[in-house]
Design a protein around this ligand. Structure first.
Ligand code: GFB
Length: 316
């Protein structure tokens, strides 16, 4: 890949896609291609094929997907399975059919079994059952990973898949029902502070552990992979340490400046007890994360409050 490569960032308005775009622009890549959902519906196979036939794309960063937190996955399994299967099938096939040499497919740490040795290695895929709350999304993302491998084997493409851990950062989705935990806790503690509330609800027991990677660190990892020669297969992208949901909530309260108490709501699901990734395949290429959780939360909170002031609401 070089600075004149024609790079298509699918999902450029989302948290991951916008971070990729920021990184590519800051690193001097000059031919970046992006289409909004209104300009190109990735669920429309004919439109996607026509787009690839016209655009002469060298690299695809397939960050477009239907994503969401534990409650969104629990309540919308058909949407998560259908939309992610169709988007990835349309884009991966059209990339192959138009001769695009490089593609990065984005999965998630939730594709791994609910119970497997920690930290999780790429080889643990499909070695035991899924976490029920996100089985649909996990199966869709595994299908995308396997589709890349199948095109590589049958047609000699070199499409790779990355499995990021839980992500956060600018342009996150702050919707309290469909977003992820860190964005939800930032919004809930901020609103509780402004309203002078005495407590904030935290879903579940607080005992699950999660690893969090700032989305700008994810973007630097993806560029490190694209710059490396002859990389292939699946790469975990993680921070290297995890934290309990309870301790995360206390950390967010500290950063936001909310001094009330936390109410743990056992009527909400905990989900996977732990999903710490082994990212040594990637760190072996020389990459490492640079944004600490506390600094990342503080920067994300600043982004959130700025967006609230500008738009009055912070959902994606
Ligand atoms: O981030 P989250 O929704 O997704 O939840 P997962 C992580 C943990 O935080 C769960 C707890 O144990 C939640 O019960 N939690 C506590 C909360 N308070 C809240 C809250 O206010 N909102 C939310 N959302 N959670 C997702 C998968 O699993 O991980 C996706 O469902 C994707 O498919 C994503 O893979 C990366 O980490 O449990």
């Amino acid at each position: 890949m070089n600075k004149d490569s024609r790079i298509y960032v699918a999902g450029h308005n989302g948290m991951v896609g916008s971070a990729l775009l920021r990184r590519l622009v800051s690193h001097g890549y000059r031919h970046l291609i992006a289409r909004s959902r209104q300009e190109l519906d990735l669920l429309d196979q004919r439109a996607v094929s026509r787009f690839f036939a016209e655009e002469n794309i060298d690299v695809v960063l397939l960050a477009a997907a239907k994503v969401g937190g534990i409650n969104a996955n629990l309540t919308q399994p058909a949407s998560f399975l259908y939309e992610n299967l169709v988007i990835e099938s349309n884009v991966i096939h059209a990339a192959f059919a138009s001769g695009t040499p490089k593609l990065v497919f984005f999965g998630s740490s939730c594709i791994y079994p609910k119970y497997c040795p920690q930290p999780i290695k790429e080889d643990y895929l499909l070695t035991s059952g899924f976490e029920q709350t996100n089985e649909a999304y996990a199966i869709a993302k595994i299908a995308g990973l396997k589709l890349c491998e199948a095109y590589n084997r049958q047609h000699g493409t070199r499409y790779i898949s990355v499995m990021p851990t839980n992500l956060y950062g600018p342009n996150d989705n702050y919707d309290l029902q469909n977003g992820h935990v860190l964005a939800a806790l930032i919004r809930k503690t901020h609103e509780a502070k402004l309203a002078g509330l005495r407590s904030v609800s935290v879903w579940g027991s607080g005992s699950p552990r999660r690893e969090f990677l700032h989305v700008d660190d994810l973007a630097s990892a993806v560029l490190a992979l694209l710059d490396a020669d002859h990389v292939e297969g699946v790469f975990n992208i993680g921070y290297g340490r995890d934290i309990s949901i309870a301790d995360l909530a206390y950390l967010v309260c500290d950063v936001v400046g909310f001094s009330g108490s936390l109410d743990f709501d056992s009527s909400k699901p905990d989900g996977t007890p732990r999903k710490l990734l082994d990212a040594s395949k990637l760190t072996g290429l020389g990459w490492s994360p640079t944004i600490s959780l506390r600094d990342g939360i503080a920067a994300t909170y600043a982004d959130f409050t700025e967006k609230m002031q500008r738009t009055g609401y912070a959902s994606a």
